[in-house]
Design a protein around this ligand. Sequence first.
Ligand code: PMP
Length: 452
Amino acid sequence: LDALRRAFTGLDTEYPLADGTTAPRTYLDSAASTLRCSAADDIVRRALRHYANTHSTLHAGARIMTHLYEQAHEIVGRFVDAPDDYTTVFTGSGVTGGLNRMARVLAERRPERDLVITTLMEHHANDLPHRKHVGEVVHVPLENDPDGEAGRVDLSALRAAIDEHADRLNYVAVTAASNVTGIVNPVHEVARHAHAAGALCVVDAAQSAAHVPISVQGPDAAEALDVVCMSGHKLYAPGSPGVIVAREALFEGLEPQVVGGGIVDRVETDRYEITDALPEREEAGTPNLPGALRLAATLQLLGRIGMDLVAEDERELAQYALERFAAIDGLTIYGSHRLEVADRIGVIAFNLADLPHGLVAAALNDYFGVAVRNECFCAQPFVRELLGRAGNAGGAADGAECGPETQPGMVRASLGLYNTEQDIDAAVEALSDLAARPDWYREQYRPRLDGS
Ligand code: PMP
């Protein structure tokens, strides 16, 4: 792992600080996008010496690329333990594209089932596509936690919702890990309940795939996941496509949503026949070969290290970060944060006293070179609920967005393979300074806070 840590692009890039100096950034925004694993560069570069379009079948370069592209599908499928009756489809974009596609596929496959159950903790990408393409969406609430540290999905409410809507339920869509709190959901247990009601289980693995092992196959067949979606740019492979890993049977007999070259057996001016072959029929047009090869090479590296080890390493760092963050005066961590990290990845959302989240994120960057994200992380209902439960306006009191269009929100620090205790220390030092001198920082951002 230590050797791999040095193999990421962007860790030593210097950025200007407010005092006129420059410093390499401390990157704590991997939940938005991970940095590029440059250990895969050489493999990709060598492969791309043969670059040619996979649709040209008889020259050597094209055949090599076709072979590598097929292999890339296999490597990605293996990464999530996909059995033979699953297909791996590269999508044009990330999980957003994957979930939109699958919502339409499943709506068309089972039109009589026009309801989806999801949870309150979802990213908008695992909510809006179901509303748009399937119909009604029921959002399962969070656990009622007497300590006010809530953040987990209420599994008994989930089971009750499944029972109540069994006749209309198409699928349960759940995230494997929250992009706000890092809390990991028991997706196989969710799948078992969904299957018992004749429904499917669709998993958003955008946040979890680079951080904890994920297996499409559960402990037994009843717990297998039917669909898993991932994003290449969150798997240390920016520029790579997203992936859908799904049961082949879900696509069978349906017209692909995107049609064109590369997926047809025969075309006349008045009719066409689409190939039965998967994933070809779901990948019309020229594929993003460099991106697919990069993703496969990166996942191969991760697989060689072992995702168990990756997860354990991140858990230790997340534990360290949680303990150090929790000790900062006036810092509120959202979600269940009993300082135990067995069931969460390294994503920590917080606010610092009543400082606007935009001010905190800007100051971390401008004065300390610490890169974090702020606002609602495309999970507005969840963020609102967490803020409400914590009885806190989300640092919105005087202009959360450093401008007149204020929105409640949070600051988020998130970990990747390259982060170390020194990165956490840098963030803690910065936050402690903000906690100690809030008025000085307010003064620096006064024009923006006033909206002028
Ligand atoms: N789901 C979750 C949990 C996410 O964190 C994200 C990205 N922030 C998405 C879905 C959407 O992924 P993408 O932007 O790659 O489509």
